[in-house]
Design a protein around this ligand. Structure first.
Ligand code: S3P
Length: 737
């Protein structure tokens, strides 16, 4: 039902928000029938005269006429009206609302169960101002503004999709949150500031000679108190409905005020200046990121550097961030599945979050991530909507290449862009075979992004990959889900098989012939929602495996690490070098093997790296080169030209940094030779490559002097809490802005 163009919409409450919804929906579809209901007869008449509302009436009369009912009323009124609406509305009709509090509907004394409210999909547009009333309504209030859906367990994917479409029609970006998180976030970001505005006016009002004071009040008072002009009924409702969350954040605020009070009493100038300076900086960062959107590629600033002190230890037991490859795939497959998929252990890094944003832009409702948990309301294989702007894939070659396959087969056109590094990476490796399936794709000059894709009907192919690349294989398998006939991909050497495993988890049959190195799908079937537990990323664990392997006295356990045989090159190679790595607690989680890894120090020796291990350790070479620099003798790698086209040219980037640390290195077109020996300190450049930055951090454990690493902001793409975990285990790294 998510084609809503003929739906009759009833708006209950024709104030600024309700009026703006009516105007926006009418602008998007002038033929749409909009009915309204309000106690303000003048506003209703005005809306009819404006041609925005076709007619009005009391709830009992108009409710049964509506396909979608929007409750644009204060939070407590939502609770009051729901029983009436549930009585009068057509059984297939849906209800949504705009209230700034979400939990109270389910928890307050009036209580509704989630089953009883199956047709009610709560929503909250983050739009509006201190103005109120129909006369303040405009037709573009929600354009490019965030609307948060907080679906509950009683909602079906169809009803969520319909309400998503409604907000999308108003030009909004539709996000998803759990209702508890929504209420906490809104308490801090919206409710508290309103309360403070009311309080400051109240304080001034109660001063003697308040008249006189107001007369002299300047811009500061006007700015600060603006929110106190907001609707009094609405805001008293909000505080009653969200009292627990507001009380919590209010306590924090009072605590902070008391600290300021003490500093003022004691005339602690420096302390005040420091706190104000930090707050000023934080606000400016926030304003520049959220209110003055720059070109997206500028948004990831590389101003962050790491400062690593020599020495340190590696001990303890940690779980590193979720697997990036599996996180991307969980969003992609869940979005096109039928039903609701729950994901846990998701990597909340920038790359995977860009994938979440891309699917939201294509009309998928995604709740979270919150503590690594996501709920994805699948729209089915043909349910994606045309993106309204280019899809920004940030730093992620995986996301761009996998999405290229999926988007090539859609019934709409799309464009994929990325950051500076991604805009230079080769895309012909996917564009060429996709074109042979019938895809219509333009790349930029020299086969680089942006990718401009015109959706087309595809046919299956048999393709011999010239490189062992899981990205190419996955891209073509995703296209193959939509193609007529078989799509069969041969790989020259085994490379990661997460797509094949996860497709099977979603009930899509994939035939895998390990002996032949072939993976194949037949187009046309559907995917069914499932549960996904994302293991910890072995590519992130690799930094700690090497850290423990090179540090005398170390003893580190890494929990719940994904040990898919197509990913364990780093374990194999470190063991070849003599490392002491034990696997325990082996289990299968959602089709992916997982284990705990214990590493203790043992001297390493140089090796000749077997070419078969390259695809199995493709992302781990930067840190493996650090292990090589700490090993006795030479380590030699050939056949790894792929490392030149990753997030940076990893052969050159690592060689440059290692040479600066005094390590003897020789590079080849397809590899590197590293001679182990002592390492000094230096300033090295990560070239904006997350894995180079983290690799040189590990080097600090054996360096004789400090290492400063420039351009480290992209560590957030794959391992946002790297510095925190590194510090916990005993590494001496700090991030410097
Ligand atoms: C990935 C595959 C690898 C890897 C990348 C993630 C994936 O790329 O380098 O970080 O998720 O499929 P290639 O298989 O293209 O080498």
């Amino acid at each position: 039902m998510n084609d809503i163009k003929n739906n009759v919409v009833l708006i209950v409450g024709l104030g600024m928000i309700g009026g703006s919804i009516a105007r926006g929906l009418k602008k998007a579809n002038p033929k749409r029938v909009i009915i309204a209901c309000d106690t303000d007869a003048q506003a209703l008449q005005q809306a009819v005269d404006d041609g925005v509302v076709s007619h009005s009436g009391d709830l009992a009369t108009v409710c049964p006429q509506a396909d979608i009912i929007i409750l644009a009323v204060p939070p407590l009124t939502v609770c009051e009206l729901l029983p009436e609406l549930l009585t009068f509305m057509a059984p297939s009709a849906l209800i949504t609302d705009v209230a700034s509090v979400k939990s109270h509907i389910f928890t307050s004394s009036q209580q509704f169960s989630e089953e009883a409210l199956a047709n009610f999909v709560p929503a909250h547009p983050i739009a509006g101002s201190e103005q109120s009333g129909y006369s303040a309504s405009v037709d573009d209030l929600f354009e490019q503004r965030n609307v948060i859906l907080t679906p509950h367990a009683g909602n079906s994917t169809d009803s969520v999709a319909t309400i998503n479409s409604l907000w999308r029609e108003l030009g909004a970006n539709v996000l998803g949150m759990t209702r508890v998180r929504h209420d906490e976030v809104l308490a801090a970001t919206s409710h508290l500031p309103h309360l403070l505005a009311y309080a400051i006016v109240d304080v001034l009002l109660k001063q003697e000679q308040s008249e006189d004071i107001f007369r002299y009040a300047a811009g500061g008072f006007a700015d600060f108190s603006r929110l106190a002009s907001s609707d009094a009924k609405m805001w008293s409702d909000i505080f009653v409905a969200n009292s627990a969350a507001v009380e919590k954040v209010l306590d924090d605020y009072i605590h902070s005020l008391l600290i300021f009070k003490k500093a003022i009493q004691k005339k602690e100038h420096e302390k005040l200046e420091e706190s104000f300076g930090a707050a000023k900086q934080a606000r400016e960062n926030f304003i520049s990121q959220h209110f003055k959107p720059k070109k997206q590629e500028e948004m990831i600033s590389n101003q962050l550097s790491f400062s690593v002190q020599p020495g340190g230890q590696v001990a303890g037991s940690i779980r590193v961030a979720g697997d990036k490859s599996i996180s991307h795939r969980s969003i992609i497959l869940a979005s096109i599945a039928n039903g609701i998929t729950r994901v846990t252990g998701f990597l909340e890094g920038e790359d995977a979050l860009n994938t979440v944003a891309a699917f939201r832009e294509m009309g998928v409702t995604i709740v979270g991530p919150e503590n690594g948990e996501l709920t994805i309301y699948g729209v089915g294989k043909n349910g994606l909507r045309a993106p309204r702007k280019p899809l920004y894939m940030g730093n992620s070659g995986t996301a761009m290449r996998l999405l290229a396959g999926l988007l090539a087969a859609q019934s709409f056109d799309s464009e994929l862009t990325g950051d500076e590094s991604l805009m230079e990476r080769p895309m012909n490796r996917v564009a060429v075979p996709l074109r042979s399936m019938g895809a219509n794709i333009d790349t930029g000059d020299s086969g680089t992004p942006p990718l401009k894709i015109r959706g087309s009907k595809l046919k299956g192919i048999t393709y011999d990959m010239p490189i062992a690349s899981a990205q190419i294989k996955s891209c073509l398998l995703l296209a193959g889900l939509y193609a007529i006939g078989d799509t069969r991909i041969f790989e020259p050497a085994p490379c990661r098989d997460h797509t094949e495993r996860m497709l099977q988890g979603f009930g899509y049959s994939v035939s895998v012939d390990a002996k032949e190195g072939a993976s194949a799908v037949v187009g046309g079937a559907d995917l069914q929602a499932t549960e996904i537990d994302v293991p910890a990323d072995i590519s992130s664990a690799a930094f700690f495996l090497v850290a423990a392997a090179i540090t005398p006295g170390s003893d580190l356990t890494l929990q719940h690490v994904g040990v898919n045989p197509t990913r364990i090159g780093i374990i194999n190679l470190l063991r070849d070098m003599g490392a002491n790595i034990e696997r325990s607690n082996e289990r299968l989680v959602g089709g992916e093997p997982v284990a705990d890894l214990r590493v203790r120090y043992k001297p390493l020796k140089g090796i000749v790296i077997s070419e078969a291990q390259i695809p199995l350790a493709i992302d781990e070479f930067p840190v493996l080169f650090i292990a090589a620099a700490c090993a006795e003798g030479d380590t030699l790698l050939h056949g790894a030209e792929e490392l030149r086209v990753k997030e940076s040219d990893r052969l050159d980037a690592m060689a440059q940094g290692l040479e600066k640390l005094g390590v003897t290195v020789e590079t080849f077109d397809d590899g590197i030779k590293i001679t182990g020996g002592p390492m000094g300190g230096a300033t090295v450049d990560s070239f904006g490559d997350h894995r180079i930055a983290m690799a040189f951090t590990v080097a600090g454990l054996r360096a004789e002097s400090p290492i400063d690493i420039a351009n480290c902001a992209n560590v957030a793409t794959s391992f946002p809490n790297f510095v925190e975990l590194a510090t916990i285990v005993g590494m001496r790294v700090s991030a410097i802005k």
